[in-house]
Design a protein around this ligand. Structure first.
Ligand code: TYD
Length: 427
């Protein structure tokens, strides 16, 4: 059941949070002009209205200076600033649910149309929209009402959602209902004083208003695996950031560890000195830490609709203890089945890399732990071990050549992960 058949969204402050990019580019332009950067509550006013207007209003510029400042702003915005943006949580799921139920969806934004389309494409949102309207080079002064009318379909019950007073006024000019997105940047009093038809404090409230029967968010469990030095920590951080920018609620964690008891076990099992620990003890300690971590952290987070990104999981035990230490896959599988029960990763990201190059990279960074000191033939066995697990069940994994530049690795593996998640309805 849909509340409205046609839903028109503003972009900045409604679908995406573009604040970091906008602030950084505004500061860049002002510094280049040798002007002081205004305080945050003034910068905040740059979010929403046309840029040149804000430069004249808040920085005392002439029209000519404001146009120059806008050019400088774009100098940083075009290569970098537009990606410093994030989709608000639940928005992707909302758009998908509305589309599935037959709604007409459009964007009417004050941001140049070409840039808006690029942003929507980059964040994987463009596919949901029937139309996108923003100022084009010929009509930079198009007002919101005009833009809304450009995308408005005939004879459907329509609503415009936006975070600033200008969006609400635009909706009224175009003769449609409006929803104030109070989670955006608009001044709350000014926006409400315009008397929008409805107001939403959060994106969840917006979902409840527009699509009351929307399903709850789907959680997802991602494991990140690879030999020592393959760049997992760097990639884990970059992937967590990227997932959050794409609107997901991310819980980053690691093994062994991830919760107080498992972190204590980590200290024993990854001690710098070799205290004569036998392979069986080592394997059981990893499994014990895992049992606690799965029960205490991973399963509750997935149940809560979060995306869990875990640095290493049971494949590390299979490879390091089962294969490299020679305990055998069956025995390690057996003790771990008890440890993680239904906590099986939905997908495992495998960072593939030659073990010698990976270890050289690893040792350049800090002192090795007990396992990292295990020697070259041990690490050759871990590399072969991961390859063996991959060959046995390739569908469980997404792989990437981890010897590439870190940004290239992130780009490639995130692309594959995002396709897999959206394909499985994890929005
Ligand atoms: P860590 O410092 O987290 O290194 P990395 O960044 O390479 O993950 O150390 C984890 C070490 O523990 C790593 O050498 C692999 C090993 N390990 C196992 O041997 N079995 C396991 O089950 C897990 C989770 C890790």
């Amino acid at each position: 059941m849909l509340t409205y058949d046609a839903v028109i969204f503003d972009l900045d402050g409604t679908l995406t949070d573009s604040r970091p990019g906008i602030y950084a580019c505004t500061e860049y332009a002002l510094k280049k002009m040798g002007l002081p950067v205004p305080p945050e509550d003034t910068l905040r006013r740059f979010l929403g209205p046309p840029l040149a207007e804000s430069f004249t209003k808040y920085c005392g510029m002439t029209e000519e200076q404001a146009s120059y400042a806008t050019d400088l702003y774009r100098e940083r915005y075009i290569p970098i600033g537009w990606k410093e943006n994030s989709v608000y949580p639940r928005i992707r799921a909302l758009l998908s649910a509305l589309k599935e139920r037959g709604a007409y969806l459009a964007v009417a934004t004050g941001k140049p149309e070409h840039t808006s389309v690029e942003i929507l494409r980059y964040f994987g949102l463009l596919q949901y929209f029937d139309k996108v309207a923003g100022p084009t080079p010929g009509d930079l002064h198009a007002d919101k009402g005009m833009l809304i009318r450009r995308v408005l379909p005939e004879g459907q019950k329509a609503v415009m959602i936006g975070d600033i007073a200008g969006d609400i006024k635009g909706a009224q000019d175009a003769g449609v209902d409006s929803i104030a997105a109070l989670y955006g940047y608009g001044n709350r009093e000014e926006t409400l004083a315009r008397r929008p038809t409805h107001a939403a404090e959060t994106t969840q409230a917006l979902c409840d208003l527009l699509c009351p029967d929307m399903p709850a968010p789907k959680g997802y469990f991602i494991a990140l695996e690879g030999g020592d030095g393959c760049g997992k920590s760097t990639q884990g951080k970059a992937l967590a950031e990227r997932l959050a920018q794409f609107g997901y609620t991310v819980r980053r964690t690691r093994e062994p560890g991830g919760c107080p008891i498992a972190e204590e076990i980590r200290k024993i099992v990854l001690a710098k000195e070799d205290g004569g620990m036998c392979a069986e003890t080592e394997a059981l300690l990893f499994a014990a830490a895992r049992a606690q971590h799965v029960k205490e952290v991973i399963l509750p987070a997935v149940k809560n609709g979060e995306i869990v990104l875990c640095d290493r999981f049971v494949d590390s035990s299979l490879v390091y203890q089962g294969i490299a230490r020679g305990l055998g896959l069956d025995w390690v599988r057996e003790i771990n089945r008890v440890a993680y029960r239904e906590g099986v990763p939905d997908v495992t990201l495998y960072l593939r890399m030659d073990h010698e190059a990976a270890m050289a990279r690893r040792l350049a960074v800090s002192q090795p732990d007990r396992i990292e000191k295990a020697g070259d033939s041990f690490h050759a066995r871990t590399e072969a071990g991961f390859e063996q697990l991959y060959r046995e069940a390739p569908d469980r994994f997404l792989t990437v050549n981890a010897a590439q530049k870190p940004e290239e690795v992130t780009e490639e593996i995130f692309g594959k992960l995002f396709d897999r998640m959206t394909g499985e309805g994890v929005l």
